[in-house]
Design a binder for this molecule. Structure first.
Ligand code: ASP
Length: 363
């Protein structure tokens, strides 16, 4: 399937995949996600930033902010989205002169957190960090209780993170080509880990299934961190997740790195080939952005955008993201306009891929 959006295709290149495999994968992942999502999985912890002046939020744009701001992360602590949020939370808090609280509200591929923020007061004190999953949720969750475009104001894009295909340390294959053969030959026993239905790792898994024309058995978690824990423990066979949480483990030899899923090689992982040139024709990277509930005053949105732009120029943020295989977006993309445009493009880009009717089993 061809897609006509050049900028959207910079991030992901889905094509219509084998519908039967897709349906089976979604069902398998959904069942496991339900089992994995308990009532826990959420919690707040203070980020860093200068202390709050201690006054109550007023709800208006004047004098904003007057108290601490909570950034809700839709996946478990310690994962890529959490890592990116904590990195920019510190300089954003310093710039805004208030404390930034990071709250992890994991579950259902990020939709639990997004639904919570959609219902929050539109006063700039509850902010959502989300990734590519914001654009795929409407296709994956027919009963979604929020509209990503109508129920939020965008603040700006943050970063784009490459994905990596990785396996547990003692997985026999040493190359991507060997991994493809191994997975094909052992399809009944191999397990693929993801961070929930609609998580970037789940989307990457769908692309892998399509490229290989297989149904993967998926184990769904509330975020990359718990998924990685099980990969490190050898309880699952392989996964595809962001460099922010795979680089150190690959370089330390704790897991096997097979390929990056970007168009170009990733400098922090020079030994990994590009997947599409090494035996698996997929391409995906994960964009992150900040959101506030619809109805938030324009002055508040502008204040948050300005703080985001300052944070993205912070030397520590640039260095840390560089070490993890990524970089802040350019300043012109850390804006509501660029963010909304990308969100719109990505919703349209993913919809046909994720909602294609399943062909009959004989097809
Ligand atoms: N990397 C996860 C994903 O696959 C999310 C996370 O834990 O940040 O979407």
């Amino acid at each position: 399937m061809a897609f006509d959006s050049a900028s959207a295709s910079d991030h992901v290149r889905p094509v219509r995949r084998h519908g039967r495999a897709r349906a089976a994968a979604l069902l398998a992942a959904g069942a496991l996600a339900l089992a994995a999502c308990g009532p826990g999985g959420s919690g707040a912890s203070p980020g860093t930033g200068t202390p709050s002046p201690g006054t109550s939020p007023t709800g208006g744009g004047d004098g904003y902010p007057t108290g601490s701001i909570t950034i809700v992360v839709p996946f478990a602590a310690g994962g890529p989205t959490d890592t990116v949020t904590r990195l920019i939370g510190e300089p954003m808090g310093a710039e805004l002169g208030v404390q930034i609280i990071i709250q992890n509200v994991a579950g259902a591929g990020g939709t639990v957190a997004a639904g919570q923020v959609a219902q929050a007061a539109p006063d700039g004190y509850t902010v959502l960090m989300h990734h590519i999953g914001m654009s795929t949720a409407p296709s994956l969750y027919p009963d979604l209780e929020y509209d990503p475009l109508a129920d939020f104001e965008t603040i700006g894009l943050v970063t784009e993170v490459p994905m990596t295909i990785v396996g547990k340390a003692d997985l026999p294959p040493d190359t991507l080509e060997e991994l493809v053969t191994y997975v094909t030959d052992n399809i009944d026993t191999v397990t693929y880990a993801n961070a929930g239905v609609g998580a970037a790792s789940h989307l990457c898994g769908l692309l892998i299934e399509q490229a290989m024309n297989v149904d993967l058995t998926e184990a769904s978690y509330d975020g990359t961190n718990p998924a990685m824990t099980d990969l490190l423990g050898g309880h699952v066979h392989f996964m595809c997740d962001q460099t922010t949480n795979t680089t150190e483990q690959i370089l330390a030899g704790e897991i096997k790195g097979y390929a990056v899923t970007t168009r170009d090689p990733v400098a922090s992982l020079p030994d990994l080939p590009v997947a599409s040139e090494a035996g698996l024709d997929i391409e995906v990277s994960v964009w992150h952005g900040l959101y506030v509930p619809d109805g938030t005053p324009e002055a508040v949105v502008q204040r948050l955008t300005a703080a985001l732009q300052v944070a993205l120029q912070d030397e520590n943020v640039i260095e840390q993201l560089g070490n993890l295989g990524t970089a802040p977006v350019s300043q012109d993309r850390a804006t509501p306009e660029a963010h909304t445009q990308l969100l719109q493009e990505q919703i349209e880009l993913w919809r046909p891929f994720l909602t294609a009717p399943s062909p009959s089993p004989s097809q």
